[in-house]
Design a protein around this ligand. Structure first.
Ligand code: SAM
Length: 274
C-alpha cells in the first residue's frame, strides 16, 4: 500500500511552504493538483521535476482510476492552488478514493487563509465556525451568520472583493458595534488586516477593494449582544478603576466578551492596583 500526501501550499508567500512539503513534492511519483499551471510554478520554486496531473471537481471521476493506478505503484501527492486542499478547495474526492482503496492518506499541514485571519483577530474564544464562501444576498448572509451565532462561536467567511462593501454594510446595519476583522491579501505584498467594529469597517471598505479577503466576526454570547471591539483586559482595568466589585466586573467581562470567568478572574487578580 502507498501513501497519498495531501499537501498544504502557500496562500501568497512561497516561503510559507514547509520543508517537509517541498520534500514530498520532489519525491512523489506524481503530483495531482487543481491547476497544473499554478502548481508547476511551485515545483519550479523547490526544484522539483515531478510529473503533474490535474485533478479537480470537473475531472475527478475520470482521474480517480488513474490516481489509484499511480498509488498502486508508489506514493503520490495532491495540492490545490493555494492553502489546504479539501477546505473550500478540491481534494476530498481523491482522499475518499485513496482511503477506500486501502491506501494511507497523510496530511501535510500548512497555510489556510481562514486560520491565518482568525489567528490575528484577537477574539477571546476557542470556538469558531467557518461559513466558507458567503451567499450573495444580504438576507441570506445575515441568516447564515445568525445560524452560526447560535453556537456562540467566532464566524469566519470568504468573500469576493467585489462584494465586500455590500456585505459589510449589511452586517454593520445589523451589528454596528460587533468586533470584526477584514484580512486581505494575507502573506502578499499588499497584505492588510483591519480590525474594529463592523460600522467602522463598513466605512473603511465602502469603496472598491482588490485581492483575496477573509472576514472574521467576534462571537456573540448565546442570546446576548455581540462582543464589542476592544480589549477585555482594558475593560477590567476600567471597571476596577470605577470601583466595581471583582464579582461584578468578572461577570460583566465574561458576558460581554465571551471570556471564561476563571480566566477573567485570574486577569483581575493580576491587575495593577488603581
Ligand atoms: N483552501 C484554501 C485555504 O486553505 O486557504 C482556500 C481556498 S478558497 C477557494 C479561496 C478563498 O480563500 C479566497 O477567495 C479568499 O477568500 C481566501 N484566501 C485565499 N488566499 C488568501 C489570502 N492570501 N488572503 C486573504 N484571503 C485569502
Amino acid at each position: 500500500m502507498s501513501t497519498c500526501f495531501i499537501v498544504a501550499t502557500p496562500i501568497g508567500n512561497l516561503a510559507d511552504l514547509s520543508p517537509r512539503a517541498a520534500d514530498v513534492l520532489r519525491s512523489a511519483s506524481v503530483v495531482y493538483c487543481e491547476d497544473t499551471r499554478v502548481t508547476r510554478r511551485l515545483l519550479q520554486h523547490v526544484g522539483a521535476h515531478t510529473r503533474l496531473r490535474s485533478f479537480n471537481d470537473h475531472n475527478a471521476s475520470a482521474r480517480i482510476p488513474e490516481a489509484l493506478a499511480d498509488l498502486s505503484r508508489g506514493d503520490i501527492a495532491y495540492a490545490s492552488d493555494a492553502g489546504t486542499p479539501g477546505l473550500n478547495d478540491p481534494g476530498q474526492r481523491l482522499v475518499a478514493a485513496a482511503r477506500a482503496a486501502g491506501h494511507a492518506v497523510v496530511p501535510l499541514p500548512g497555510p489556510h487563509a481562514a486560520a491565518a485571519a482568525l489567528s490575528v483577530a484577537g477574539f477571546f474564544s476557542d470556538r469558531y465556525v467557518h461559513l466558507g464562501f458567503l451567499p450573495r444576498g444580504a438576507s441570506q448572509i445575515l441568516r447564515a451568520v445568525e445560524q452560526a451565532d447560535a453556537l456562540a462561536a467566532a464566524v469566519l467567511a470568504y468573500e469576493a472583493p467585489s462584494r465586500l462593501a455590500r456585505t459589510l454594510a449589511a452586517l454593520a446595519a445589523r451589528w454596528p458595534d460587533r468586533a470584526a476583522l477584514v484580512a486581505r491579501e494575507l502573506t502578499k505584498l499588499h497584505e492588510e488586516t483591519a480590525a474594529g467594529p463592523l460600522a467602522d469597517l463598513a466605512r473603511r471598505f465602502a469603496g472598491s477593494v482588490r485581492g483575496e479577503v477573509v472576514l472574521a466576526l467576534a462571537p456573540v454570547a448565546r442570546g446576548r449582544e455581540a462582543a464589542p471591539a476592544g480589549d477585555w483586559h482594558d475593560e477590567l482595568q476600567r471597571l476596577r478603576a470605577a470601583g466595581v466589585s471583582p464579582t461584578r466586573a468578572v461577570a460583566e467581562v465574561a458576558r460581554r466578551f465571551g471570556v471564561r470567568r476563571a480566566e477573567a478572574y485570574a486577569a483581575w487578580r493580576a491587575l495593577r492596583p488603581p
